[in-house]
Write a protein that binds this ligand. Structure first.
Ligand code: AMP
Length: 282
């Protein structure tokens, strides 16, 4: 397994493999890897001749006062995990190399899809995400790139960007990997203390409850939202950022529960903001 810190070297290496006719899968991450990330790597390994995993805590997707400085970083541990998965190359560039002095170019998706949910709570976040992902696509030129449903809005935005800008690659969506008690795996779970972690279980429980109520025939969006809100607010440490129920295709507003529906939550426990979601097909 090769580890590249330089954009130029990564680009040259990818070009060489592409020229030899090998298919390439890219898994973009911010590191501090867990089973969720590894599920993406395993899928890429199955589908592609060459697997590249990027590890880059992207400063431009963090807002002021967010956790850029404290985001967990453990490149050695991550590299060992990736070696076990037969990864071909790890791309861990420096901020300086990705955004040298005078850097001025951004990729941004506009409209409802970026304006609500995490886009509303974290202004500029998705502009940072789509910019770094565009750069990674240009550097590595993958045939497929793997993203988790955990970040449902991010996935839809990247799919839209790829469509709108004609990136010649396929976006592969992978399901959410959870702890055995239901908590969606996240690098940020490490911030939670014991009590916060216990109370955070309410997220997956509330989503399951909503799914059951929908399966039992409930179609009124406001009712479902209120049920979720009541359940989460019963946990004293929870502070709701948003509860969104929208089209799973493009996040557009729905009149009622119908078709592919995304139920998405962002809730803070102490200083830690967690997201979770569920796609229901009605
Ligand atoms: P991150 O390192 O948080 O930027 O995540 C990198 C990729 O892993 C993104 O495509 C995430 O959606 C995906 N991912 C993160 N957590 C999970 C999870 N629990 N299950 C599946 N994919 C995940």
């Amino acid at each position: 397994m090769q580890i590249f810190n330089s954009v130029k070297e990564m680009q040259d290496w990818c070009k060489k493999h592409k020229k030899q006719g090998r298919s390439m899968g890219l898994v973009p991450t911010m590191g501090y890897l867990h089973e969720g990330h590894i599920s993406l790597v395993k899928a890429a390994r199955q589908d592609c001749d060459i697997v590249v995993v990027s590890i880059f805590v992207n400063p431009i997707q963090f807002g002021q006062g967010e956790d850029y400085g404290s985001y967990p970083r453990e490149l050695e541990r991550d590299s060992a995990l990736l070696l076990k998965e037969n990864t071909d190359a790890v791309f861990a560039p420096s901020v300086q190399d990705m955004y040298p002095a005078g850097y001025d170019t951004f990729a941004e998706v506009f409209g409802d899809i970026t304006g609500k949910m995490c886009g509303a709570s974290r202004p500029g976040h998705f502009k940072g995400v789509t910019t770094v992902v565009s750069k990674l696509f240009h550097i590595c030129q993958p045939d497929r790139a793997y993203f988790g449903q955990k970040d449902a809005q991010q996935l839809l935005i990247i799919k839209k960007m790829v469509r709108d800008l004609n990136f010649p690659l396929e976006i592969v969506r992978m399901p959410i990997v959870r702890e055995s008690d239901g908590l969606a795996m996240s690098s940020r779970n490490v911030y939670l203390n014991e009590e916060e972690r216990q109370q955070a279980l309410v997220l997956s429980q509330a989503l399951k409850m909503a799914e059951k109520n929908i399966r039992d025939g409930e179609r009124e969006i406001e009712k479902i939202r209120q049920q979720i809100k009541d359940m989460i607010e019963a946990r004293p440490l929870a502070r709701i950022d948003y509860i969104e129920i929208a089209s799973g295709q493009d996040l557009s507003a729905l009149e009622e529960i119908q078709g592919g529906v995304l139920i998405a939550l962002a809730v803070k426990f102490g200083k830690t903001r967690l997201i979770d979601n569920l796609l229901v097909e009605v």
